[in-house]
Ligand binder design. Structure first.
Ligand code: M6R
Length: 369
């Protein structure tokens, strides 16, 4: 059933272009209407929303962190993202005009389910983004958008993450349109860019040879750091989580701007630092700041592994290794920049002789709080 792949994880990483395409399929009509799978929310309910809370755990939480940037940018509604296990117990301020978005691959994560139940008790509307038909979280939600990733067997989440991002973008666009913040043609333009993403993800996958070689090299590292800005920050967190859970290595993701507030002390000669560089065509200020951060860590001896947009040759002098990804609009970039980090973690874990699909101490679905 691994279809010729060594691990389910490798197979699932490779399925990502298809998974993203399926999640996009048939969602938007010519008139811009979005099709949710089960909707017990009216457009008026969505127009009344004055605050969005995203709740999730682990990788799904990182998808939520990316979504915050897109949702606030497109809808202008304040959006917060919170770990489900924290949200539930801090008495969040919620009412019927709050939209709570619960993101869960399995639909059975107890922390997320308890957060959702708490939200419903406070009369908030709940929208689930879920990969598992008929699971508990979508059953208890007011509306559901299913990700069409297909079954994810490996404990480490990969294709679920990319499809969750895709679903979050769709929710953001739909909200923006229903509320009149974006016109149908503007939404259509973003959808067109989204529809180009499966081919871009495929292009990244086809260029992973050097990442595999690099992985063998990094397998003995004591610690790997990841830095990013804007949507590249949650990508850095996700890269670090993958490495922790699969390779059992110390790995940490940081907002690059935070480096000088403490973490830069961690850098020793040879410390690998994976740097997720924003597109130079998008928010170029951010990209320039990230390039300065690369220079800062390099000056302290870091070995820099730079993920940058094709054509951004100016990063090359500061990179010990460069991984180029196709040009992509800033908000959608995590769909391509995450992929090399998944491959890196999978290959490092394999080089260290670990069970890639079944890392120690972990379960695929965490049904206890
Ligand atoms: O099924 P869920 O999306 O609710 O699961 C949430 C986390 O347990 C999950 O993403 C976990 O962090 C993964 N093992 C990460 O690869």
């Amino acid at each position: 059933e691994k279809g010729g792949y060594e691990y389910f994880m490798a197979k699932e990483i490779d399925e990502q272009p298809r998974a993203v395409a399926d999640t996009l399929l048939g969602r938007h009509s010519e008139t811009g209407e979005m099709t949710l799978d089960e909707v017990r929310l009216t457009d008026q309910d969505l127009r009344d929303v004055d605050k969005v809370f995203i709740v999730a755990c682990g990788t799904s939480y990182h998808a939520g962190q990316v979504a915050k940037y897109a949702i606030e940018h497109w809808t202008r509604i304040p959006c917060e993202v919170e770990l489900a296990s924290e949200f539930r117990y801090r008495d969040p301020v919620l009412d019927r005009s709050t939209l709570v978005v619960a993101i869960s691959q399995s639909g059975e994560t107890m922390d997320t389910l308890m957060a959702l139940r708490h939200a419903k008790e406070q009369k908030a509307r709940v929208l689930a983004i879920c990969n598992t038909n008929g699971s508990t979280i979508p059953r208890e939600s007011d509306a559901v958008l299913y990700t069409h990733g297909g079954p994810e067997i490996a404990v480490a989440s990969t294709k679920a993450f990319l499809t969750q991002l895709t679903a979050c973008y769709l929710v953001g666009l739909h909200l923006a349109q229903v509320r009149g913040v974006m016109f149908a043609d503007e939404v259509g333009a973003v959808l067109e860019r989204l529809n180009q993403m499966p081919a871009k993800i495929r292009a990244v996958l086809d260029a992973m040879g050097p990442v595999r070689e690099l992985a063998v090299d990094l397998a003995a590292a004591k610690s790997v750091l990841f830095i990013g800005r804007h949507v590249g920050y949650p990508v850095a967190l996700e890269g670090a989580l993958k490495l922790k859970e699969l390779a059992y290595m110390h790995a940490e993701g940081f907002a690059a701007g935070e480096l000088k507030h403490g973490p830069i002390s961690l850098i020793e000669p040879g410390t690998p630092v994976v740097c997720v560089v924003p597109s130079p065509r998008g928010r170029s200020v951010l990209r320039d700041k990230l390039v300065s951060n690369i220079q800062e860590v390099r000056a302290r001896g870091a070995r820099t592994i730079v993920i940058a947009e094709e054509g951004d040759e100016a990063v090359v002098p500061f990179a010990d290794h460069v991984i180029f990804v196709p040009p992509t609009p800033t908000l959608l970039a995590p769909l391509v920049t995450t992929v090399p980090l998944q491959v890196l973690a999978c290959e490092i874990a394999s080089a260290r002789g670990h069970d890639v699909d079944q890392p120690r101490n972990l379960a695929k679905s965490v049904t206890v709080e």
